[in-house]
Design a protein around this ligand. Structure first.
Ligand SMILES: *[C@@H]1O[C@H](CO)[C@@H](O)[C@H](O)[C@H]1NC(C)=O
Ligand SMILES: *[C@@H]1O[C@H](CO)[C@@H](O)[C@H](O)[C@H]1NC(C)=O
Ligand SMILES: *[C@@H]1O[C@H](CO)[C@@H](O)[C@H](O)[C@H]1NC(C)=O
Ligand SMILES: *[C@@H]1O[C@H](CO)[C@@H](O)[C@H](O)[C@H]1NC(C)=O
Ligand SMILES: *[C@@H]1O[C@H](CO)[C@@H](O)[C@H](O)[C@H]1NC(C)=O
Length: 340
């Protein structure tokens, strides 16, 4: 390495002495293009998706569907910055589930898919890719598209729809009433609600958390019950349906199925619990934008250029001429799940 630097310096010295413009090494091209499905782009995308999943504040874990765009910038004096545009898809694993996102099933299109468009900036400098910034916007597939390819599918309802909220509350009350051995659970987040016009039913999915109350205590003194913290904390996830009877004299039908996860050390979901304590239910959901920016004094996202790092204008134009010979980018990449 040292000898290489010495050689470069020597070469520059010689060329200066000879009155020549030093040759610009090809690696300072400002916008070199990697193909979207290059293994290197995929490796960076995997780092980005993992980063995004670890910082999700609501809803479900995401997986990569397609790499839309990749732009590579060389960074002086060394390293490089990659800008990615990614399409992610919602899986069936809620963020409180301990299942790694890679193992989660992607939500089927017939269940009304939700997509997230993400812009991510990563740095690579003597090590693996590191995310500097990510910004995502999630939105469900359009209602029209869903109905077009699946006329009988149930579209997503708003999470604050009163039928959805009532179905969730009734389902959790039923779960708490039946399941008396494991203490009293509270609602953490409503994650999905769908209405089937055909069946006259509502389908909901929601996350729960345990409290420090037994079922009996909760019945008498609900005000004493606090969300558990520390080693006793357990998250859970429920699916429930409520079918309204269309026939006079027959009962409405209610079904609830919950799974309670083992305590996960170091996983607190502080944000969800804060929202829960504020009573902000139903505000979480789709059509929202989430940002994650690493703020750090030695962040390199806006590298401070020293004068010796600046490429003079005439040299940049020389680079642009040279860039004409760079192969056209092979983007967007392939769909890993489905075209939405
Ligand atoms: C996730 O998938 C990997 C590879 O298929 C497997 O080895 C691992 O056991 C799975 N983990 C869970 C929690 O299912
Ligand atoms: C439900 O949510 C929608 C979208 O977030 C909002 O426009 C509407 O005001 C909310 N309705 C209620 C009753 O809170
Ligand atoms: C639950 O915790 C709160 C706060 O620590 C406490 O005030 C309350 O008495 C506890 N409830 C029970 C049933 O132990
Ligand atoms: C109570 O909860 C546990 C764990 O979630 C579950 O296995 C069990 O079937 C539940 N019991 C009833 C009666 O619902
Ligand atoms: C700078 O980066 C190093 C290594 O990533 C880290 O340990 C250190 O805390 C950072 N310093 C500041 C001021 O952020």
């Amino acid at each position: 390495m040292k000898s290489l630097v010495a050689l470069v310096l020597l070469a520059q010295l010689l060329s200066c002495k000879a009155g020549l413009v030093p040759d610009i090494p090809p690696e300072v091209l400002p916008h070199k293009h990697l193909a979207c499905d290059d293994p290197e782009t995929e490796a960076a995308a995997a780092v980005a998706v993992n980063y995004i999943n670890n910082r999700l504040k609501h809803g479900y874990k995401l997986v990569l569907n397609r790499i839309e765009k990749v732009v590579e910038h060389e960074r002086r004096p060394h390293g490089k910055i990659l800008e990615l545009e990614l399409d992610l898809l919602e899986t069936v694993c809620h963020i409180v589930s301990p299942m790694p996102a890679e193992n989660c099933t992607v939500r089927e299109r017939t269940q009304h898919a939700v997509e997230a468009d993400c812009d991510v900036k990563l740095l690579k400098d003597n090590g693996p890719y590191k995310v500097l910034l990510s910004k995502c916007h999630s939105s469900p597939d359009s209602h029209e598209d869903l109905v077009k390819f699946c006329p009988n599918c149930s579209p997503l309802s708003l999470l604050n729809d009163s039928n959805v909220v009532n179905t969730v509350n009734a389902a959790l009350a039923k779960y708490n009433a039946i399941n008396t051995t494991q203490g009293h659970y509270e609602l953490l987040e409503i994650a999905r609600g769908q209405h089937s016009h055909l069946a006259n039913s509502w389908y909901v999915e929601f996350a729960i958390i345990n409290t420090n109350c037994s079922a009996q205590h909760a019945k008498e003194h609900k005000e004493d019950c606090h969300v558990e913290t520390g080693e006793n904390q357990h998250f859970g996830f429920c699916k429930a349906t409520f079918t309204k009877s269309l026939v006079e004299g027959t009962e409405d039908h209610q079904d609830v199925d919950c799974i309670v996860y083992d305590h996960q050390a170091g996983v607190a979901h502080v944000h969800l619990i804060e929202e829960h304590l504020k009573g902000n239910l139903g505000q979480a959901g789709r059509g929202y934008t989430f940002h994650n920016i690493i703020h750090s004094h030695n962040s390199t996202s806006h590298s401070h250029s020293h004068s010796d790092e600046v490429v003079p204008v005439e040299k940049v134009s020389a680079l642009v001429k040279r860039a004409v010979f760079v192969a056209l980018p092979d983007c967007p990449g392939r769909y890993r799940h489905y075209d939405i």
